[in-house]
Design a protein around this ligand. Sequence first.
Ligand SMILES: *Cc1c(COP(=O)(O)O)cnc(C)c1O
Length: 368
Amino acid sequence: MTESTTSPQALERIRTDVRAMHAYHVQDAAGYLKMDAMENPFSLPDALQSALGERLGRLALNRYPGMRQNDLKAALAQHADAPEGSAIILGNGSDELISLLALACARPGATVLAPEPGFVMYAMSARLQGLAYVGVPLTPDFALDVQAMLAAIERHRPAITFIAYPNNPTATLWDEGAVQAIVDAVAAVGGIVVMDEAYQPFASRSWIDRMRADPARSGHVLLMRTLSKFGLAGVRLGYMMGPAALVQEVDKVRPPYNVSVLNCEAALFALEHAEVFAAQAAELRAERDRMLPLLRAMPGVDKVWDSQANMVLLRVADATRTFEGMKARKVLIKNVSTMHPLLANCLRLTVGSPAENQQMLAALQASL
Ligand SMILES: *Cc1c(COP(=O)(O)O)cnc(C)c1O
């Protein structure tokens, strides 16, 4: 067999900025306790596994996805209690929706704005779709810097402003008044706000209440959620709801078959058993609240931020040493310390099952 070779001229055809990029790095987790990606630690109960398997087996896999997506949209709208008159777009994870919105808004000079440190996909999709990106630093204790946000919105007049509510990797849920001031400022420059509620199952508040209560003030607000942190990261199903005319424009750039019949049916199945996932989220919230004081009392942990998500951000003396120490003890967490200057010596832990958390805390203590 001859080895495959790559034509240098063909490589030259790839965009220079893309060639300069690093591929998204998924850590190889074989043999490790995986506490780096906010995944649900619980597997599907046996009875549900068989029921789902049977149902997926009966699908017409020879056909392109069809009208079943409308059933899923209706089920999601009901699950979320979507605001009156809103529409929903489905994505292959919310990552795809972030890209599609950027693509739909990629007019010359368009800008994406978001607080930082935040979710890396906002900046990445903006750059890939040819939009400028402006990151506005949070305060050192990871609150929104409202004055800085308002000034940046007025100056850059962003097409899209992303607000993760709660935020990743800080796990913080912003003050409602601060968010409303930003939402209003974006309206004043004619922009779109995306409230990214990936961590909604673990948060005490949702922006959807404001959208329902004040539709006139929310005509430019899109609410994005996902089944990933709901408990099904492998299914790849994100959704975005908001004013129908706006959602319909974004829907035009969506690849028509982006959500497979398997994703779609698995998502419908999950919503029919939403109480199973709600109970898992409740257990994870309780575990998080149990862990926070233990982490705060641990010698060598300098600071632990409050969390409204299934993750905890903490600061240690030497993040790299602690991360490597935990890795040597077969526990994989996320070292976020080089992602942003404000995150110096910060580590992000995923909240898992009681047994996993016990193992993680022991590895952390031994690695400080
Ligand atoms: C995990 C996460 C998502 C989810 O992305 P999917 O593509 O739906 O898995 C979205 N936004 C934030 C802030 C996240 O942390």
